[in-house]
Design a protein. Structure first.
Lengths: 795, 283, 169
């Protein structure tokens, strides 16, 4: 495909990666081997909460084919506790294996390394453990009570954070209001469950006292830091590689597992591979917080919103690494796209005896958007307003940009009203409203749901100061390297490992534009290698940061190389730089295209014929650049902070049909109108919208991690934890507006989390709309056919 | 998720398979399609010391016409072949339709008739279809073949009339009545049914209305059958039979649905299956 | 195998089969899955493992031309069988029309489900050369994708059906 006059960025270029992936030539973690590789298996707690009275692994260790066994006690003796990203008030040591207590079903307490996985699992059965079960706390509100069983007696509570943040004069706004809508919403545990499970290979070199890892961990910067601290080696003696990653969505990070592999490898003297199986993944890796939100929306009779009060209980499971993350992200996005001048947010972050929570796609925003968009739908009904009209009256408008929300988020650009208008047009809102009425007369139940959302990108770690009271980490940054090789081909490396977002292609497009070459002439390194990839603590794949932060690093590094190429060309051609351009793989004199120096020729000067370089210019054509997102700021004196940095937005509109006899819900039509600013590669962007929206649909209708009252997970296989299939979802129709961001190097905004945020609200609003004549209110997810049937029969 | 160790044997005939079962009483398991058994092996929920791979007993793969107009089916016939075989579609279309609903293509390519019946999941399609068709099952043991009516074969939750040293060798389906209907509801296409109904009727005195997913085994919804045989071609019959269906259901509550909801689905599906069945009667 | 005394659990059993057209003979433990055998014994890592309980479809291969979950088959069962994996569906140089359609439509993101999708789609198009959208979605409902939302996959299969229907010049 040839570039347009504007260049390669913006072209829907088919992906380089896709050619190898479609042939089964990807190199994923489990495709990798090492000489003398061993395989690990983990012994996991059958109890939600128990004391480990006695553990005897001697029989397992003596089995033929078993080369190392690691118990929690041994892990605690040989490694330091895992340093949390957001620490609790009292230090609670948390090692890579449970030591004296297990705190959720599936928590690992011992591990075995053997000649193969089957033998390792055989060995697990020979480990004798005596447990003393303890009362488990499974419900977050129960966990908040004074008499609740405590996960950590040293903390004195299960509540990791409880605070109220108030912005603007909330009480006055409520007093002046014509009404206050009050509603309670709950959300279930679910997760994006990438198809490739998490894992690692660890290798220890006794000669250099160094560790090497291969892993599909999506946050290598943070992980290396934790590994070094726990293993007691400097980061320079840790090398970490990421191969192709089969999906991440926030799930692929658990430094504890890498530590287990590392300790086994050191004990065994051989490299150790561990890949979680699906039951381990669903039981023990990561769930999005479930929770309860009490919302109060104060309004004037004409629908103008005056204040939003939220009480938010986030159930973190046994998460000592990153508790409160969901709360902070919700706070940062609390007013959605609306001008709400006063906000009060009371946050609870609560530990329970369940799988640890984590930064699953959306990190709390799906629930926040669900609550606000549901409240808007209910308010519209209360006021007799069309739900689209209520939104129109309250949107932050394009001419109000940049707009700072009460908690401090800055919306940089976008036209929220126009996004909704276009969505409704594309959906044929008026047509389907008419059809809905006709269908209702025939006894058919159609429902239309609208949900709109801001979709932020980038996370500023300074926001954690709201919780911890001090600033340990902050900002949002990424590193990249661009190098023109001696043969003129370009090599790029980025501190963020792709997990399906097409970095190898879109980064090549960006660099191709900067250097005047084609994407085929640019090779972007697959994955990550801490020895050769430029990286920071903040490096990795999280919070949609690619388009808003990584891109800056790539552009910056390419710009430096571009400048050097031009300097060399200026020197050799003896011409002014303003008369030169980089295009078609060469430095070309404007208006005299036969006066040109090919990039390979410039590279020859830079690498081989270095005496031909201009004075003051060093050999080589390589540059590193670190881009720091300029919007990241510390928390201010009024506790405002930009916890997320650049804002895309979208409007979802969907049509459901309810079978009145069975309650079955069929999604008949789904339209997404989104605005992620400049689309760097529309193929990638559209794919992200499709996939993220289906995640939202899954959360709305199918997915739920259900626990019984003793903390046993009832949905621990794909037979019971239901993911959307191709037969469950319609074609997601996507269209766009494009309001480039003024604060990112190429005007792009984030797109990865996309539809996972408003999706659940859109579907819920549609179901409620179908049943509106029965007075049904949707307060929780997922919405099952049985639930719909109960609503239908109660009416 | 790797299985616990087991010994493996691949007999060439059903008789050899029976001998192997007898050699390890209580400790051997038969492997046919593997679509239900292998997940259990992988999760270590099943831990046989001997796995007898029946797939070598090719004599069990046959689909033959029976002289009475019905069918004789070997236990190793795959669901995909049941669904597609012209003989099955012609002589027992209810069975072909039920087979079409089992899982997804890859599951149907390997899963077997015998395996589905022997596993006896209460939400499975084929047991219900065969109960509705008054099928007879041939159980092969060390002392030869014994025949058990489908109605006597399904004894309880995952429990059948098979004893330890027996294998299900064949299924005989009598000539099927013209009217048939099949409906099921699952959370997603290809999932185990929350509830389903297989109906077979001749428009006169014969009616079989069988629910699956609504009890611990496929169950004749006899009250519904009585309604049908009283007025088989009455336009009100399907709805009335549906209303009567709940009485014979005793569903379980699990993560996917409550007993109450399943009972309600039985009502709806009975009505719909019967409408289909009557529609196929012709005049 | 005869019906003599079955081998001990750790004993290695010999299996001979054809994989992607090539004759293969190996000794394996009875409990070794076909998926693990393909990936580890034959280094055919294109077939992926996503659940090991037969639901996700990532491990789908063709056995004697019909799709099957390789995580639910034991390698020893495949004596005499013809197995085709994604490697066997990929031409020596370039991509098949179906693969080319997947690439052109960006019918993948992380690529982990893709080999299984290609196998399932291959079987679909062989049985139904002109499937409609509902038919494609139903046929692929046994293959989970966590990334794409299926939109581009369905488009790619439809596009491939059209391409394959055009007779070669």
């Amino acid at each position: 495909m040839s570039e347009t006059a504007a260049g390669w960025v913006g072209v829907a270029l088919p992906l380089k990666e896709d050619a190898r992936l479609v042939a089964g030539r990807g190199r994923f973690l489990d495709d990798l081997g090492r000489p003398h590789l061993l395989h690990a298996a983990m012994l996991r707690s059958p109890h939600a909460h128990a004391r480990i009275v006695r553990l005897d692994a001697s029989e397992a260790a003596a089995m033929p084919g078993v080369l190392a066994v690691l118990t929690g006690a041994e892990a605690a003796a040989r490694s330091g506790p895992i340093r949390p990203l957001i620490p609790t008030t009292a230090a609670v040591p948390d090692h890579c294996l449970a030591v004296d207590r297990v705190r959720y079903v599936g928590e690992p307490l011992a591990a075995v390394a053997a000649v193969d996985r089957a033998t390792a699992e055989d060995a697990l059965e020979r480990i004798r453990v005596e447990y003393e079960p303890l009362p488990a706390v499974v419900d977050p509100e129960a966990a908040m009570r004074a008499d609740a069983p405590l996960l950590y007696p040293a903390l004195g509570t299960n509540v990791v954070w409880h605070d109220t943040l108030t912005y603007g004069d909330v009480d006055r706004a409520v007093a002046r209001a014509d009404g206050v809508l009050r509603e309670r919403f709950t959300i279930q545990r679910y997760a994006s469950t990438p198809l490739e499970t998490f894992g690692a290979i660890a290798e220890y070199d006794a000669g250099t006292d160094a560790f090497e890892f291969w892993t599909n961990d999506q946050r290598p910067g943070l992980t290396i830091s934790i590994l070094a601290a726990s293993l007691g080696v400097p980061q320079s003696r840790i090398r970490l590689h990421c191969p192709d990653i089969g999906g991440a969505f926030g799930n692929k990070r658990r430094p504890a597992y890498l530590l287990v592999c590392a300790l086994l490898a050191r004990a065994a003297g051989r490299p150790v591979k561990w890949i979680e199986d699906r039951i381990e993944n669903l039981t023990a890796l990561m769930h999005a917080c479930n929770g309860i939100m009490d919302v109060e929306l104060a309004y004037r009779a004409d629908g103008t919103l005056l204040a939003l009060l939220v009480r938010d209980v986030a159930d973190e499971g046994k998460n000592l690494l990153t508790p409160t993350q969901h709360n902070l992200i919700k706070l940062g996005n609390i007013v959605n796209g609306y001008r709400i001048p006063a906000v009060r947010y009371e946050a609870w972050s609560v530990l329970t005896n369940k799988c640890p929570s984590g930064a699953n796609r959306g990190i709390g925003k799906p629930f926040m958007c669900f609550a606000v968009e549901r409240a808007m739908a209910l308010l519209a009904r209360r006021l007799g307003l069309d739900p689209a009209e209520l939104r129109r009256r309250n949107y932050v408008t394009a001419d109000q940009m940049p707009y700072t929300t009460p908690p401090g988020a800055q919306y940089d650009s976008g036209d929220y009203p126009a996004t909704l208008e276009r969505a409704l047009e594309r959906f044929d809102y008026a047509g389907w409203r008419a059809e809905q009425a006709r269908a209702r007369a025939e006894g058919r139940l159609l429902g239309i749901g609208i949900a709109t959302s801001v979709e932020p990108a980038g996370t500023n770690l300074a926001s954690y100061e709201l919780v911890t009271g001090r600033r340990a980490a902050s900002g949002s940054a990424e590193a990249a390297m661009v190098r023109v090789e001696p043969d003129g081909h370009v090599r790029v490396s980025l501190g963020d490992p792709s997990s399906g977002q097409g970095y190898e292609t879109v980064v090549a497009q960006i660099v191709a534009d900067e250097l005047g070459v084609t994407p085929d002439g640019v090779s972007v390194a697959r994955g990550f290698d801490s020895a050769t990839t430029p990286w920071l603590y903040l490096s990795g794949n999280y919070s949609n940061k690619f388009s808003v932060t990584d891109v800056g690093a790539v552009v910056g590094a390419a710009a430096r190389v571009r400048a050097k190429l031009l300097r060399i060309a200026v020197h050799r051609l003896e011409i002014d730089v303003t008369d030169l351009e980089l295009r078609d793989g060469a430095a070309v004199v404007r208006g005299a295209p036969d006066r040109r120096l090919a990039i390979a020729e410039l590279a020859r000067t830079a690498y081989a014929d270095v005496l031909g370089l201009p004075p003051g210019v060093d050999p080589g054509l390589e540059a590193h650049h670190i881009h720091q997102n300029p919007l990241a700021q510390p928390v201010d004196a009024d506790r405002r902070v930009r916890s997320q940095l650049v804002f895309a937005n979208a409007a979802h509109c969907c049509l459901v049909e309810i079978d009145p006899r069975t309650g079955r819900i069929t999604l008949r039509k789904y339209v997404v109108m989104h605005d992620c600013g400049r689309e760097l590669n529309p193929l990638i962007v559209e794919g992200m919208v499709h996939g993220s929206t289906v995640h939202g649909i899954g959360a709305a209708l199918l997915e739920e991690f259900r626990y019984d009252e003793t903390g046993q997970l009832l949905t621990s296989t794909f037979m019971d934890y239901l993911k959307p299939t191709a037969a469950d979802v319609p074609t997601i129709e996507v269209d766009r507006l494009e309001h480039p961001s003024p604060v990112t190097p190429l005007g792009a905004k984030g797109v990865g989390e996309g539809g996972s945020i408003p999706g659940p609200a859109a579907v819920a609003n549609a179901v409620e709309d179908a049943l509106a004549h029965l007075g049904v209110v949707v307060r929780s997810l997922p919405i099952t056919p049985e639930q719909v049937w109960r609503w239908l029969t109660k009416a | 998720m790797k299985p616990a160790p087991f010994r493996y044997a691949r007999p060439a005939t059903a008789a050899e398979a029976v001998a192997l079962l007898a050699s390890s009483p209580g400790e051997a398991k038969l492997l046919a399609g593997g679509q239900s058994l292998v997940p259990l092996l992988n999760m270590r929920l099943a831990r046989p010391s001997l796995l007898v791979d029946l797939n070598g007993a090719r004599e069990l793969e046959r689909i033959d016409p029976a002289p009475d107009g019905g069918l004789r089916l070997g236990a190793l016939v795959r669901h995909a072949d049941l669904a597609a075989a012209p003989l099955v579609r012609e002589r027992a279309p209810l069975l072909a339709e039920a087979a079409r609903h089992v899982g997804h293509t890859a599951i149907r390519n390997r899963g077997t008739l015998g395996g589905s019946l022997a596993h006896a999941d209460p939400a499975a399609e084929l047991p219900a279809a065969l109960l509705a068709l008054d099928a007879t099952l041939g159980l092969l043991g060390p002392r030869g073949m014994r025949r058990v009516a489908a109605a006597e074969f399904f004894r309880g939750l995952l429990v059948t009339a098979l004893v330890e040293d027996e294998l299900l060798a064949e299924v005989t389906v009598p000539a099927a009545p013209r009217g048939w209907g099949f409906m099921e509801i699952a959370r997603r296409p290809g999932d185990f049914a929350l509830a389903g109904v297989a109906a077979s009727l001749d428009g006169r005195h014969h009616a079989r209305v069988v629910g699956f997913g609504v009890a611990d085994r496929p169950v004749r919804l006899r009250a519904a059958e009585v309604v049908v045989t009283a007025a088989p071609r009455d336009v009100a019959t399907p709805a009335r039979a549906g209303a009567a269906a709940a009485a014979d259901c005793d569903p379980a509550t699990d993560v996917h649905a409550s007993a109450e909801y399943r009972r309600h689905l039985a009502t709806v599906l009975t009505e719909d299956a019967l409408r289909q069945a009557v529609g196929r009667l012709g005049s | 195998m005869t019906a003599g005394a079955p081998p001990a659990p750790a004993e290695r059993l010999r299996v001979r089969l054809t994989v992607n057209g090539a004759a293969v003979e190996r000794e394996v433990e009875a409990r070794r899955s076909l998926a693990d055998f393909l990936r580890e014994d034959l280094a055919l890592t294109g077939t992926h493992v996503g659940c090991e309980h037969g639901v996700c479809g990532a491990c789908t291969v063709l056995i004697d031309g019909r799709s099957a979950r390789s995580c639910l088959l034991l390698a020893v069962q495949l004596e005499g069988a013809r197995v085709t994996t994604i490697e066997g569906l990929t031409p020596a140089d370039g991509l098949s029309p179906l693969q080319e359609a997947f690439r052109a439509c960006h019918a993948m993101q992380c690529g982990f489900c893709t080999p299984g999708m290609i196998v399932a789609s291959t079987e679909l198009l062989a049985a139904t050369p002109a499937p409609d959208e509902a038919g494609i979605r139903e046929a692929l409902a046994g293959n989970l994708c966590m990334c794409t939302g299926y939109v581009n996959i369905v488009r790619a299969v439809a596009q491939a059906a059209v391409r394959l229907a055009v007779p070669a010049p």
